[in-house]
Design a protein around this ligand. Sequence first.
Ligand code: F6R
Length: 612
Amino acid sequence: MCGIVGYVGPQQAAPVLVEGLTRLEYRGYDSAGVAVLNPRSSANPSRVVRAQGRVRDLEAALPARLAGTTGIGHTRWATHGEPSERNAHPHTSADGRVHVVHNGIIDNFATLRSRLADDGVELTSDTDTEVVAHLVARELATGLSLEDAVRTAVGQIVGTYALAVLDTQTPERIVVARNGSPLLLGVGDGEMFVASDPAAIVRHTSQVVLLDDGDFATVTADGFHSFTDGEERTARAAVTIDLTVEELELDGHEHFMHKEIHEQPESVERMLTGRLDDRFGTAKLAGLNLEPRDLRRFERVKVLGCGSAYYVGQLGASMIEDLARIPADAEPASEFRYRNPIIEPSTLYVVVSQSGETADTLFAVREVQRKGGTVVGLVNAVGSSIAREVDGGVYLHAGPEVAVASTKALTHMSIGFALLALTLGRVHDLSFADGRRIIAGLRAIPGQIAEILAGEEALAAAAKELSTAPSLFFVGRVRGYPVAREGAQKFKEITYRHAEAYPTSELKHGPLALISPELPSVAIIPDDDLVERNITAAQEIRARGGAVVAITHPGVELGDAATSRIEVPRNEVELDPILLTIPTQLLGYHAAVALGEDVDRPRNLAKSVTVE
Ligand code: F6R
């Protein structure tokens, strides 16, 4: 989704902005732009360059000399108005004095636009953002400082925003504001940065200041001062981020998605370090901020997440029911908040998010909290909005995920759920021996993922065959159903082929009518108490001419129920879905590669969905 970068300091701003925007490309965007201030040129105190397409298109459009040491840049993911140069940010006030980049959505933009138009302002784009430039310019014209002008302008806005604003008459500063969209400052040596995502500035500094909703800040080369609408200064301190440039490089892989799939054995090992408690057969999750006595009082668990995180949430809910024997279910966070949910004090709400910035999930957190519920988070991005707002949580420590299609973060989420289920289980009726059994299972996972990845060649071959089908099914039962849902999601996101998940048991209630030689199925067939039924269902598909790629365990006799077979090592039955998901990541990846698609940046999608 949209990305912001800003620079003020001794360097030329344009190259810093372009490099920052390149690092934000992974978030998904359709156009890009920069504005650079040059106080030395009275004729051209600022230059704005924008381009539809990639950051490299913007780079090509930049003049050879774009002098200036203060600037802002943006990658736009269209919400209001088509992707085009005129809708790309930065937007500029009619008098040319103010330049603005914005992430988020201004809900009352239509009213503001028509008011401005009534006052004779000529609007030059279809965006919601442009109004901000005009509003700030209008306040500046009354003699207000840039800070006061921004504060007064955003007072008229209803919606979410991360804003960075330039005024050609005060070229040594950037004023920023945050409400509901992430924004941080990077602290350098005699230079400062602004970014919506630390990836944009990681090459320059690891010292960042995370702004909160309601914060404003003035940023100059010497530092910053942050304040609120009530004008009082806020004491925001810099923290060190754990992110390196190397983590954002391909490191010999053709795609980030491939790199991230292959990082899993190591990243899972890292995630588990220090979190398994052999002495008591449980997990150590201090960040939950819940003592065993508190945990014991919860009679139900509700998991909330979006997209793939929701599917992992379904897996997590079944782990919690299996291990803790308390009712648990998952719901899309995007739906939850709008149905006036009943929040029960005896329910533990668990939100799950890679980015920690998904607006729907963040609003679900606030809905639970507003109604007095307890909400904990399984979050990957350290210091993200969700991580900061929940009552407690578990960091997933998957490291940065650059590919839009999530893989390793989802595996870490499911392991996070296993740790939570184990913790809840051990304060209920899960025995010490069973706790130790799950711990042993968790310890085996990194090595078992490595085993699955070693079979990549066979998976690539199966994926190539599946890629030619116009449509396909992913089917699984009970614990295997969320695996099928996630498998279908990954496949369709990056191949643009129609892939649909069904509970295997539902096939005969309708979808079987679609089976034909043109519609293959990927069937999740673990060696559990449903194995015979799953094999029968696969045979029913085969009997109607459909091909079946079975993801199964060693020793399962499939006979002619499958046209090809992918094996994953057996773990504990509660943890098996974690491993059964890994081949589906590679199926989606290799099918997209076979089709020549842009694997890391699928069309229409964004890495972190910060709008509702
Ligand atoms: C799919 C995918 C999305 C995300 C969803 C939630 O590959 O990545 O479905 O899972 O947008 O994102 P987070 O986890 O950042 O809240």
